[in-house]
Write a protein that binds this ligand. Structure first.
Ligand code: ADP
Length: 187
């Protein structure tokens, strides 16, 4: 089973994705973590990522599509995965759809974490104090929210046509939200 967790930055994709992946015994593929790891390791790709990441801009598809393909093709993800942080653009969605279709698979569920913008900003600012993520600066936060609306939110309509989008209220306790997701997925 392939499940995409979709939502604005700060909506809790990582937290809920982790719970879901552990419960279903599926690997979680998180492009943001892969990008942060490459930056930390100072790889040539990491240096390239940093130019966009720190400003809260999307890493261009020309660089990220290869990484996404590689992750989907890993043996661990043969029978399913939780996708966190991608697809985030039309080109990424096309690649995911095509890669899975070639294997006779598809995205089964899209969980859309719904959180108001005020709450998103509050969470990211609070997280900045704790984690010190370089893209939690006020300017980068503003960019990320804007880019989500422009590039990623349109994917909701794309997947809604297939009837696989479930809107999950993203406010409440972590446990309450996880329970809602469990009800939706049915396991
Ligand atoms: P958030 O959802 O809070 O923005 P992520 O860790 O998913 O957190 O993403 C952080 C940053 O990593 C993004 O602003 C972008 O620079 C980069 N990134 C992550 N995933 C992608 C992706 N699929 N395509 C392009 N850039 C990405």
């Amino acid at each position: 089973m392939f499940i995409l967790i979709l939502g604005a930055p700060g909506s809790g994709k990582g937290t809920q994705g982790k719970i879901l992946a552990e419960r279903l015994g599926l690997p979680k593929i998180t492009t943001g973590d892969l990008i942060r790891k490459a930056m930390l390791d100072d790889t040539p790709l990491g240096l390239e990522f940093k130019k966009y990441y720190d400003e809260g801009k999307l890493v261009p598809d020309s660089i990220i599509l290869g990484m996404i393909k590689e992750q989907l093709d890993r043996p661990e993800a043969k029978n399913g995965a939780i996708l966190d942080g991608f697809p985030r653009t039309a080109a990424q969605a096309e690649l995911v759809d095509k890669t899975l279709a070639q294997r006779g698979q598809r995205l089964n569920h899209i969980l859309l974490l719904d959180v108001t913008e005020d709450e998103l900003i509050r969470r990211m600012r609070a997280r900045a104090q704790v984690e010190g993520r370089t893209d939690d600066s006020p300017e980068a936060i503003a960019n990320r929210l804007q880019i989500y609306q422009r590039d990623t939110a349109p994917l909701i309509a794309h997947y809604a046509q297939r009837g696989i989008v479930h809107r999950v209220p993203g406010t409440g306790s972590v446990e309450q939200i996880a329970l809602q997701i469990k009800r939706i997925i049915g396991r």
